[in-house]
Design a protein around this ligand. Structure first.
Ligand code: XMP
Length: 513
């Protein structure tokens, strides 16, 4: 690997991925590694600096995650954040204690004062808000360290030993609530570690293409294209590398949003790949006819998907490589980072069992979602694909409540399109992470012109979330909701009532089924 690397040593804090994302946003490559990573392994990565993350423990607790003290002898700059800061203090002769007085325990936004002579704060304002979340307190600062930030309640907010390049901050510079937090991380990287800023998506693209060509040689490559961001960007990257050897199988189950199938096909027209669009609408709708149970719907769609994919794969004969669109958060969550946050993750559940191949290629394995989108742009994928919101595998089948028919799907497709169209016109996409329409199976009485109607109720759903595990319903302005409502009842047949879902997750889930 040709680019400089920073190691983010993971002590189990909740913002660890965010730290890594900030570093990369600053143009520096980094990897999240568990705190148990050996010094030899660290050395082998030849990093230019190390960041200790926060964590839920107390450094003075014998059971807390620790580092090999020799890490401080490696001659590498270290930035410790929250727990990481206390770890530096604890190891180098300072003293960390539980904050007994409320004044020393700090949570939330805190006015903080900085010594801008310190390289960490160079060129930044001398005062600003920081985001604190710590119950422990650095009672004694280690020998050789200077105090370089304080708050009204706490004299020891940041410490530094400029000579050795060790910095510790009690607050979280990686979260948006901390003013100039990214500037501080940037200073650590550029002023202290000597970063050159050699991590760009353009370079990554070229390197990844070379690596894929080298690995694949003359082999045949297969990819299941869902039309989502990750599989699309993975497909574009492999297409750019070994286009003529690549087959993309796009199973069109007829459960996509309006025009989505055609959009996906159009986006790949420029590459000389074997693009297979398996038109399986009739098959899927036949299997789903009369099925109302959400889990049955999921199961049927999952099974049929595999069957269609398998049939298409068989047509191309022996495959050497299967491409998967796994991205870095999946890798970190499945335990490559801190062992404490293991969550099993299957990106394309089941596929490898059904298709015979030599090896899996995961070309997005080290990228965050925003980097994947950036790479997609570099590869010339259209914005509608690159910015696509998450869409469930079973598609609109779990957004038509109760039994599914082609007519209901068409009704939902049009209503969903109008909702998205009005959100785009109001420039509100940035305030929500997933938004869609749901066709309920409830009908109610309405009046249109002089006549009585008895039609379906459509629900609108929009959530704001970072991880999709919890979510808040989006506060869409009433005027926008009104425009959506008026347009849908006027333009979409069979709908005479619109409701907006104002439940968060939990207790509700994002999807209705
Ligand atoms: P829920 O409804 O569980 O959704 O709050 C969380 C996120 O997962 C998506 N989702 C699915 N994705 N297959 C998928 O690939 C599924 O069966 C499925 N169900 C929900 C949902 O759209 C949201 O982003």
């Amino acid at each position: 690997m040709s680019h400089q690397t920073v190691i983010v040593l993971d002590f189990g804090g909740q913002y660890n991925q965010l730290i890594a994302r900030r570093v990369r946003e600053c143009g520096v490559y980094c990897e999240v590694k568990p705190y148990t990573t050996s010094l030899d392994a660290i050395r082998a990565m030849d990093p230019i600096g190390i960041i200790f993350t926060g964590g839920p423990n107390s450094v003075y607790d014998p059971a807390s995650p620790q580092v090999d003290p020799a890490i401080f002898e490696m001659g590498l700059p270290i930035l410790g954040i929250c727990y990481g800061c206390q770890l530096i203090a604890h190891n180098l002769g300072g003293r960390v204690v539980a904050a007994t007085e409320d004044s020393a325990r700090e949570y939330g936004k805190t006015e903080t004062y900085f010594d801008t002579d310190c390289r960490l704060f160079k060129g930044l304002p001398a005062q600003g808000i920081t985001w604190m979340s710590h119950g422990d307190y650095m009672e004694k600062v280690p020998e050789g360290f200077a105090l370089v930030a304080h708050s009204d309640a706490c004299p020891n907010v940041a410490i530094c030993d400029e000579a050795r390049g060790f910095y510790g901050v009690q607050y979280h510079p990686e979260v948006n609530h901390t003013e100039n937090g990214t500037g501080m991380i940037r200073n650590f990287l550029y002023e202290v570690c000597g970063a050159k800023g050699d991590w760009t998506m353009g370079d990554y693209k070229d390197t990844a293409i070379r690596a894929i060509r080298e690995k694949v040689g003359g082999g045949k490559v297969l990819l299941a294209l869902s039309g989502g961001v990750d599989s699309s960007v993975a497909a574009a990257l492999v297409a750019e590398a070994v286009g003529s050897q690549l087959t993309c199988v796009f199973v069109d189950h007829g459960l996509m949003r309006l025009n989505e199938g055609d959009e996906v096909e159009a986006a790949f027209a420029k590459w000389d790949i074997n693009f297979v669009r398996a038109d399986a609408e009739a098959l899927f709708l036949g299997k789903l006819a009369g099925v109302t149970d959400p889990e049955r719907k999921r199961k049927i769609i999952g099974e049929e998907f595999i069957r269609v994919f398998e049939a298409e794969a068989k047509k191309i004969g022996q495959v050497d490589y299967l491409v998967q669109g796994t991205i870095y958060p999946d890798v970190i969550e499945s335990g490559a980072g801190n062992a404490a946050v293991i969550k099993s993750h299957h990106n394309v559940g089941g596929l490898p069992d059904y298709v015979d191949f030599k090896e899996i290629i995961e070309p997005l394995r080290m990228l965050f979602k925003d980097e994947v989108r950036q790479l997609g742009r570099e590869l010339g994928l259209p914005e509608y694909l690159v910015m696509r919101q998450p869409f469930p595998g079973p598609g609109l089948a779990i957004r038509v409540i109760g039994d599914i028919t082609k007519e209901k799907l068409d009704t939902l497709r049009l209503a969903d399109f109008i909702f998205r169209d009005e959100i785009a016109k109001a420039h509100l996409e940035g305030t929500m992470n997933q938004y869609f329409a749901v066709l309920t199976n409830m009908r109610s009485v309405g009046v249109m012109g002089d006549g009585r109607t008895y039609d379906y109720t459509l629900a609108l759903r929009s959530v704001t979330t970072t991880d999709f595990m919890t979510a808040d319903w989006t506060r869409i302005p009433y005027e926008v909701l009104d425009r959506v409502s008026v347009r849908i009842v006027n333009e979409v047949p069979n709908i005479n009532r619109i409701v907006y879902d104002i439940t968060s997750k939990p207790p509700a889930t994002i999807e209705w089924e």
